[in-house]
Design a protein around this ligand. Structure first.
Ligand code: APR
Length: 231
């Protein structure tokens, strides 16, 4: 029987919910230059472009539904006798809408807004504009509460602690191309965790995993959860 489980999810778990991934064919980074829409410099250069990019993603995410993989992970957390924590790189709320509660959004979330001036956070309106004023300090310096390239991901101290105490580390739907998340498998393995990659195809870090399982998340993840709960 497995003890604490740490799950790392990426865009691939939400792909079958209709949300694009980043590096697949037709992925978001094939349609936009990430330097224009996912960096502080890009936001400073053209806030309208960045805000409209995230307004469109926020609308897509709100219209999407969790798929069988999201629901399976919520079931795992409900039925597994030890802690199950989801560290997600995703900025949609599909894990929560499937019933997961122990979720850490290391790259922020589309449903959040942040004031650049005073760091206040609040629920983002459907459409954000550069003339929006911070509800706390009134400054017209609001941005999506998303962690951009070159910025420090959220919850890192908690994440390091989870990786150090995991019995099982499972990466689902991530290409292993972005750090620090791409290093999590090695850190968990060094701490003694068994490691599993569940993905559509081998990721950049596939050789670091003790076990692999390939196929669409909505099929493979429920089967994996069933087998894990039967252990
Ligand atoms: N089921 C399972 N895996 C899938 C599916 C699917 N239906 N569809 C795609 N995948 C896999 C792809 O094979 C790929 O390995 O999901 C992965 C998606 O990789 P990326 O597009 O790079 O997304 P991700 O790994 O989440 O990116 C990490 O990069 O741009 C930043 O902040 C952004 O959080 C993002 C980070």
């Amino acid at each position: 029987m497995t003890g604490k489980i740490v799950l790392l999810t990426g865009a691939g778990i939400s792909a079958e919910s209709g949300l694009g991934t980043f590096r697949d064919k037709d992925g978001l980074w094939t349609q936009y230059d990430l330097n224009d829409v996912a960096t502080p410099e890009g936001f400073h250069r053209n806030p309208d472009l960045v805000l409209s990019f995230y307004n469109a993603r926020r609308k897509n995410a709100a219209q999407a539904s969790p798929n069988a993989a999201h629901f399976a992970l919520a079931k795992l957390a409900q039925e597994h006798p030890a802690e199950v924590v989801i560290v997600t790189q995703n900025v949609d709320s599909l894990h929560e809408r499937a019933g997961s509660t122990n979720v850490l959004h290391m790259h922020g979330h589309l449903a959040g807004a942040l004031c650049h001036a005073c760091q206040t956070r609040w629920d983002a309106p459907e459409i954000m504009t550069k003339s929006d004023a911070c509800p706390s300090c009134g400054a017209k310096s609001t941005r999506p509460d998303i962690v951009w390239f070159g910025e420090i991901p959220y919850y890192m101290d908690e994440i390091w602690e989870h990786l150090a105490t995991a019995d099982l580390f499972v990466a689902i739907g991530t290409s292993g191309e972005v750090y620090p998340a791409a290093d999590f498998v090695q850190i968990a393995a060094q701490a003694g965790a068994h490691t599993v990659e569940i993905n559509l195809e081998p990721s950049a870090r596939v050789s670091d995993f003790a076990e692999t399982c390939f196929g669409p998340a909505s099929e493979v993840v429920p089967n994996w959860v069933t087998s894990e709960l039967e252990r």
